[in-house]
Design a protein around this ligand. Structure first.
Ligand SMILES: NC(=O)c1ccc[n+]([C@@H]2O[C@H](COP(=O)([O-])OP(=O)(O)OC[C@H]3O[C@@H](n4cnc5c(N)ncnc54)[C@H](O)[C@@H]3O)[C@@H](O)[C@H]2O)c1
Length: 394
């Protein structure tokens, strides 16, 4: 099996590449450093320096003997995207371990993944829409035109559903209307331009499934936390990127950094905003199991990729408790909410599908939080407090 990872330099892309490689898959990664360049442009810094994608692949090969082929380039360019499916791609880094050619599975992570980035200004809103939709459209057409059996695994987000006042089903909703019944995509209602782009991605691929019988899995993922995976334990240089700023840092990662530098945990408004979360190791399990269980041709499988739900207040209290037990003076501050969102709401999502496939959840516990504190502590001196909060308004 050959898996092509679009966005292989990213927070989830690189750990996924090592995970598949360790399991014996042939792996190719592609990235244009959009995420790293955006951090530079916005003057936010990652917690620690991460080697380039080529350097990481070389370290991985040196330590494990396994190969992850690397291609650097922009997937909004349709010809570049198509070259992966015609077999005409030129690798920027590879060793000859005997694999090349067309993928069996594509994992599509290559998007602008931040809600605040997408509402920073009209220019970044444009970037988010064009980047995310073009990459999705390009992969869909390349697969349709050259390799229609290839399984596309696309990362969606639980944010596509918003916070409806009814239970959130796993992708689909049975509707009875005037005595007739049909099944539709569960209603989507985004709360940012980024989330809107993810809804449009889902719609694009659902169109491709209906029109051309493509095979697609859409993973509706919640915010991910953590930085250590089994493979990163081999060598610290293999650890994934870690942002702690408001633009690219996810909430648990940010709160730990704030706790360590004595920056009050920034709870937006009343803090009752509830979402589903998962450990980065569970993202790997979920994507791995999705790859092993492709849908039939002409089928769009949708899974809600979360392992448990928390309100912002619960996350802040947990971080405070663990931080205090480690000797940090952790304060919580309810600040004016820069976002347009419900601060108290009903939230009851279903998330059984991936558990049924065999995912064994890593729950968020005091112990797992403490392990993250221990890693962040090592880089305490590099933390730039002024980049933690930007107050990007909706
Ligand atoms: N991290 C989370 O908590 C989370 C939660 C839900 C959904 N997701 C989704 O998962 C996916 C991956 O998220 P992530 O956190 O790893 O983000 P990330 O920004 O770390 O990774 C995305 C990678 O794609 C690359 N990329 C973007 N546009 C590209 C292009 N045009 N050509 C080539 N490469 C390009 C970026 O440089 C980056 O390395 C995204 O689709 C995101 O929407 C993430």
């Amino acid at each position: 099996m050959h898996v092509l990872i679009l966005g292989g330099d990213g927070y989830l892309g690189w750990p996924s590449a090592m995970y598949f490689s360790q399991k014996g898959y042939n792996v190719t990664v592609v990235d244009n450093y959009f995420r790293r360049n955006s951090c530079l442009e916005l003057d936010v810094t990652m917690l620690y320096t991460v080697p380039t994608l080529v350097e990481r692949a070389a370290i991985w090969h040196e330590l494990t003997g396994r190969e992850i082929k690397v291609v650097i380039g922009d997937l909004t360019d349709p010809e570049f995207m198509r070259s992966f499916f015609t077999g005409s791609i030129t690798y920027d880094w590879s060793v000859d371990t005997g694999f090349s050619g067309i993928p069996d599975t594509v994992v599509h992570y290559a998007e602008q993944p931040s809600a605040p980035y997408s509402l920073f200004n009209y220019k970044y809103a444009n970037t988010t829409l064009t980047n995310n939709l073009l990459v999705t459209n390009n992969v869909m057409f390349a697969v349709r035109d050259y390799t229609p059996d290839v399984h596309i695994i696309k990362l969606g987000t639980m944010g596509e559903y918003g916070t409806p006042d009814i239970d959130i089903e796993e992708g689909w909703l049975d509707i009875e209307h005037k005595g007739r019944k049909d099944t539709f995509l569960f209603p989507r209602q985004a709360s940012s331009i980024y989330h809107t782009s993810k809804i449009m991605d889902t719609d694009l691929l659902w169109f491709g499934v209906r029109m051309w019988g493509l095979r697609v899995t859409d993973l509706m993922q919640g915010p991910v936390y953590g930085m250590e995976t089994e493979e990163s334990h081999i060598d610290e240089r293999l650890r994934t990127i870690f942002n702690y700023d408001e633009i690219f840092g996810t909430i648990v990662n940010r709160f730990i950094v704030q706790a360590i530098v004595g920056y009050p945990l920034t709870v937006y408004g009343r803090g009752g905003q509830t979402r589903g979360y998962l450990n980065i190791n569970d993202t790997l399990q979920c994507v791995g199991l999705a790859a092993e269980n492709p849908p039939e041709k002409g089928d769009l499988k949708i899974y809600n990729q979360i392992m448990e739900t928390f309100s912002v207040n619960q996350l802040a209290e947990m971080t405070q408790r663990v931080g205090r037990s480690l000797g940090y003076d952790v304060q919580i501050e309810n600040i004016e909410n820069p976002r347009q969102e419900a601060e108290e709401h009903y939230y009851n999502p279903t998330y059984q599908g991936l558990l049924d496939l065999g995912v064994k959840p890593h729950f968020l516990t005091d112990e797992s939080l403490e392990r993250m504190f221990r890693v962040v502590e090592q880089h305490k001196d590099a933390i730039r407090q002024e980049t933690i909060f930007r107050g990007v308004k909706w």
